[in-house]
Write a protein that binds this ligand. Structure first.
Ligand code: HEC
Ligand code: HEC
Length: 617
């Protein structure tokens, strides 16, 4: 727009465009799938299998599947080579491998602090940049020495990453806020940022237009004040003007109402073809894809060409460098589908891995990700909209019973009853959530549904039991703060935690640090720890279920109402009268020790310590 009439700037745009176009091939934006620059190989990470599959794109067959460890996420070819970098989220390492080699030996890897998610490579392949979801950093790894050269602390929960042509800048996204930040690669400084709306959520990827100074990120919007099947969660595509000070900076397109198509939900990834003309968005909960034309008008930005129906839980999409084929990763069909980009006909199915999940868990996982009948009737919301991969959405919802911060599902099987108020004793009680105002689904039980805390809903529907089995399958990960054992400070904190004076361990007991354990509804234990009067909308307090303390280093904000922003605040600001353990006698340094201990949890396998019981046992 304005730059068209502005000679110096126009020149700049032209230069930027040329250098980007030269570098569009492999690995310029994070994805669970990448295509080598020569178009011969496709690599995808299989989160549930713990493997990376290499596909020959000529024969459209899986050449090999390589074990890389728990929960691999981003993959990227290095420059124009067939070497690959893989972010292994669950093992805190970035693995390097040669896609042409049958690799049975130990793979080269770089250990990182925690949770590597997205990976991109520079044009020559000499360097990769990796986002660490927690603690919210980007690291630079030299791909020959495999050493970490630089670390950039840029925000919280950084997932999406893209590298500009000329390797000048990185653009990264914050998962929970969808804020975009630009890091200058010379100085290492954050040189620009584009803030999201307060409702923006779950931005796990960002893609650059190879021809124009634009970046695209898929995400959702979580309207925490509305609990309604068609008012809480919306799919969005945000577009960022990457040139400072020009254009509209940041716009978001509601990818449901913008087009007159059936509603889509939970966009996971986008991609853009190398000519900058076609944009594809995959929706992980309605199992479909938008194929869009990129409109060069700085106004509408994209127009819809076709809505294509896909298999289960599509999570990644990439276009071949010759523009002929678009590949979609159907995560819960363990399949990569190939579509002709002109006719949009499905031309191949490539099995990339065997189902590694127990069949019941697979059924449950599909339901958990689904915003289709019978889970929801309005197509906007799935369980995964607020519990992506069992992790929290970082939100505190204004539920009818009061403010409720979304919990992590890790270890939940051992900390039943569930919900902050222990108002449910089995995941099967979420039949009420499915049928309620939030999801408005038909539900999974035929016939009478038992009230929560009433006689069991377990056993009334195989599908509902499967949903419960999946929800209860999330394991806790050891804390990165105690990888080398407890620090002296944390040990001091443990002594305080266990002391008769603070009383913490009277409620936070056992391997899961919670006295919450499956028992008859009339014997459920709740405690009034003085937190129930902090909010006038509260309907259920003042007594709550004791939450687990495992993994709380990464789950701020705290307490049922999500008002405590830090662990210190739980002990101080929100415990003024010593109802929540006794903390007023602690010196500042003792408080810090206690927090240090809380951050170190879990430092060992919780099952070793007991005596928590798994629900159903
Ligand atoms: C709009 C967001 C949203 C959706 C959709 C949603 N949840 Fe939740 N979930 C929450 C919040 C907020 C909490 C905490 C509520 C509470 O404790 O009262 C929660 C808590 C839970 C818990 C308890 C965790 C624990 O440790 O106590 C389970 C289990 C759960 N949800 C399962 C589901 C299932 C299954 C679905 C789909 C049928 C679902 N949720 C849909 C937001 C959501
Ligand atoms: C009487 C039982 C009891 C005692 C004693 C107790 N807690 Fe808690 N704790 C709870 C309950 C119940 C909650 C949930 C309160 C809420 O959400 O409002 C909680 C919540 C927490 C949370 C927030 C967890 C989250 O995920 O948001 C932390 C941290 C915590 N307790 C640490 C401690 C420490 C440290 C001590 C000792 C100083 C302690 N607790 C003593 C019962 C107890």
């Amino acid at each position: 727009m304005s730059f068209v009439f502005h000679p110096p700037l126009r020149l700049f745009v032209l230069v930027a465009t040329l250098s980007v176009a030269a570098h569009v091939a492999a690995g310029t934006s994070n994805s669970l799938m990448d295509i080598s620059a020569d178009g011969l190989l496709l690599a995808c990470s299989n989160r549930d299998s713990g493997t990376v599959s290499i596909v020959d794109l000529k024969t459209r067959e899986t050449l090999r599947e390589i074990s890389v460890g728990k929960k691999p996420e981003g993959v990227s070819f290095l420059g124009s080579s067939h070497r690959l970098a893989v972010a292994v989220y669950g093992m805190d390492k970035v693995v390097f491998l040669d896609a042409d080699a049958d690799t049975s030996q130990k793979l080269a890897a770089t250990k990182v602090f925690d949770e590597p998610y997205g990976v991109v490579s520079n044009a020559s392949g000499s360097t990769v940049y990796v986002t660490l979801d927690f603690p919210g950093q980007v690291i630079e790894i030299d791909t020959s020495s495999l050493e970490i050269k630089r670390e950039f602390s840029v925000g919280n929960f950084i997932r999406g990453i893209a590298i500009t042509g000329g390797d000048d800048r990185l653009l990264v996204t914050e998962f929970y806020t969808s804020n975009v930040k630009a890091i200058d690669l010379k100085s290492g400084d954050v040189v620009d940022q584009w803030q999201g709306a307060s409702t923006d959520n779950l931005a796990r990827q960002i893609v650059l237009n190879p021809k124009r100074p634009k970046a695209y990120l898929p995400h959702i919007r979580s309207r925490i004040t509305a609990i309604h099947g068609s008012g809480s969660i919306f799919p969005y595509l945000t577009i960022v003007d990457t040139i400072a000070g020009e254009g509209k900076r940041r716009t978001r397109i509601p990818v449901d109402s913008a087009f007159s198509t059936p509603i889509t939900s939970n966009p996971w990834e986008v991609t853009i073809s190398a000519d900058g003309r076609q944009l594809y968005v995959v929706f992980s909960s309605t199992n479909d894809m938008f194929v869009c034309n990129v409109v060069d008008d700085d106004y509408r930005e994209v127009s819809l060409r076709r809505q294509v129906r896909l298999g289960a839980n599509p999570r990644a999409v990439r276009v071949s460098p010759d523009l002929s084929t678009v590949y979609v990763y159907e995560a819960l069909d363990f399949n990569v589908a190939a579509y002709d980009t002109k006719s949009l006909r499905r031309i191949a199915d490539i099995e990339v891995t065997d189902n590694p999940l127990d069949n019941e868990i697979l059924v449950g996982k599909k339901l958990f990700y689904s915003a289709l009948a019978p889970m929801a009737s309005r197509r906007w919301i799935a369980c995964s909209s607020c519990h992506p991969d069992g992790e929290p959405d970082g939100r505190t919802w204004h539920n009818p019973e009061g403010l409720r911060n979304t919990q992590s599902m890790a270890g939940m099987a051992f900390t039943h009853p569930i919900h902050w108020s222990a108002d449910r004793d089995e995941v099967q009680d979420f039949e009420h959530t499915i049928r309620g105002l939030l999801m408005q689904g038909r539900g999974l039980i035929r016939g009478k549904v038992q009230p929560a805390l009433g006689p069991p809903n377990k056993g009334l529907s195989a599908q509902l039991d499967a949903l419960a089995a999946y929800s209860n399958s999330h394991k806790v990960a050891l804390s990165p703060f105690s990888r080398d054992g407890l620090s002296e400070k944390a040990k001091h904190g443990r002594d305080l935690f266990l002391s008769a004076k603070t009383k913490c361990a009277t409620c936070h007991t056992g391997g899961f640090f919670s006295d919450s354990t499956p028992r008859a509804a009339d014997q459920i234990v709740r405690h009034n720890v003085g937190t129930g009067d902090d909010d006038p909308t509260e309907k259920m307090g003042p007594a709550y279920d004791t939450p687990t303390l495992l993994g709380i280093y990464r789950t701020a904000p705290y307490l049922h109402h999500g008002k405590a922003e830090t662990l210190e605040e739980v002990l101080t600001k929100y415990n003024p009268d010593d109802h929540h353990g006794v903390t007023s006698h602690l010196t500042k340094s003792e408080q810090l020790s206690l927090v240090e201990f809380l951050k170190a949890l879990p430092f060992e396998d919780p099952l070793l310590t007991g005596p928590n019981i798994r629900v159903g046992d």
